[in-house]
Design a protein around this ligand. Structure first.
Ligand code: SF4
Length: 411
């Protein structure tokens, strides 16, 4: 029986928090784990290859299949196993369910002129988005001003797929053209650590888009996540070059937490970052401007002190309401770590995380900010496997559809 979006939201949240023990003999031809921006295993770094994503609802339509990232953890009560040639998920509360695995894209085996394999430069995220990272380093690390949850640099050092932290515009645009030769990709995500000047990062994003030369008959939604540029003109440059949506990430909503735990961003200034988001909203349009926040650490005080999840949810919901009022779509990452950042391991309350996301979904769906051709806040439920904001939105919209409003469409 097909599970509801709400049931899928719950299972996916638990899988992301607990990780999955993917066993060595998982059947099928699946997309293998290639680390993109951050490491997602629990720090164990298994020596064998394992699938990147599980498709929890393979029978759903295009753009409506729920995907979840496999965060490898041997001790997890959730297991991905072989049941007579059928990939199967087992875990608390579900027993066993047959699942599918995200397929290996054809472009993963192609090579660039330099001999580099395309999958080292461009990865498929979920079922329908291409992802590139121009820079796996963030200049904040040089000043010890990095966001305290961040593991971009240690992740690259341990599991980076490309021989250097930075990739040239030429290499990325060649990789993207090779990947776009397949017709699976509906979206493009550019994410990176900061270069020394944010304007320079924005210029690189715009240059990549200009160099790829997108085919106007083949719609690909182009999204970039970066620190806000110093100059507003650089936002316009990215938009002119073909960027459709943008995220400047606050990470922490309250000013004191932002200052304490995102010191590099605090030098840019929280007020200035909000102004940049508002400028972007006017440049890119409603429904195309985002900011990410980290769930589980908005109320964090110091390492070892348990989180009060009642307080955490209240802060996060305040943030959602304030940002929606400003016409900005909030996104949430559930805190996770491989143990390489300075905040350390934090126990996330699964029930509180699910409750928060249900309410988040209701607020975002009621805001009317999300374009009607999406099943998610950003792209759709088949795209983003590391976060549950799309799943929460789809669950809320499905509930509103049952009560007489129209539900999410594929897109
Ligand atoms: S801005 Fe913060 S989260 Fe982003 S890469 Fe730099 S340190 Fe990491």
């Amino acid at each position: 029986m097909q599970m509801s979006f709400d049931e899928l939201l719950e299972i996916k949240t638990r899988l992301l928090i607990n990780g999955v023990n993917a066993q060595i003999n998982v059947p099928g031809t699946w997309k293998e784990r290639t680390e993109h921006l951050y490491q997602h295993d629990s720090g164990e770094v298994p020596v064998f290859s394992y699938p990147q994503e599980i498709v929890l609802s393979p029978e759903a339509g295009v753009g409506q299949k729920t995907v979840v990232n496999v965060r490898y953890r041997r001790a997890s009560p959730w297991k991905l196993i072989d049941r007579g040639g059928q990939p199967t998920l087992t875990g608390p509360s579900i027993g066993e369910i047959p699942v599918a695995l995200a397929p290996r894209p054809n472009f993963y085996s192609r090579k660039l002129g330099t001999g580099v394999v395309v999958s080292q430069v461009v990865q498929m995220l979920g079922l329908d988005a291409l992802g590139v990272i121009p820079n796996n380093y963030c200049a904040y690390f040089a000043e010890r001003d990095e966001c305290r949850f961040c593991e971009i640099e240690p992740s690259y050092r341990e599991v980076g797929s490309y021989p250097s932290m930075r990739k040239s515009v030429d290499v990325i645009s060649e990789g993207l053209r090779a990947a776009l030769a397949d017709d699976d990709a509906k979206h493009l995500v550019i994410t990176a650590g900061n270069l020394k000047k944010n304007d320079r990062t924005a210029t690189v994003y715009g240059d990549i888009l200009g160099r790829v030369g997108f085919d106007s008959s083949r719609p690909v939604y182009r999204f970039g996540s970066l620190m806000a540029p110093e100059s507003h003109e650089r936002m316009e440059y990215m938009h002119r070059q073909g960027l459709d949506g943008v995220a400047y990430n606050l990470e922490f909503f309250r000013e004191d937490q932002f200052t304490k735990l995102a010191p590099g961003k605090a030098k840019y200034g929280r007020k200035r970052l909000m102004e940049a988001l508002e400028y972007a909203r006017d440049t890119f349009g409603n429904g195309h401007v985002y900011t990410n926040l980290v769930y589980g650490v908005q109320s964090w005080e110091h390492s070892g002190k348990p989180i009060d999840f009642g307080k955490e949810n209240a802060i996060c919901l305040d943030a959602v309401e304030a940002l929606l009022d400003a016409g900005i779509l909030p996104l949430f990452t559930i805190y996770h770590t491989t143990g390489k950042n300075s905040m350390g391991r934090i126990s996330i309350d699964e029930a509180a995380a699910i409750d928060f996301h249900r309410e988040y979904g209701r607020l975002v769906a009621a805001s009317g900010l999300v374009p009607s051709n999406r099943t998610g806040v950003l792209f759709n439920v088949s795209t983003i496997s590391n976060h549950v904001y799309n799943d929460a939105f789809a669950a809320a919209f499905a509930a509103s559809e049952q009560s007489g409003r129209s539900g999410p469409q594929s897109g």
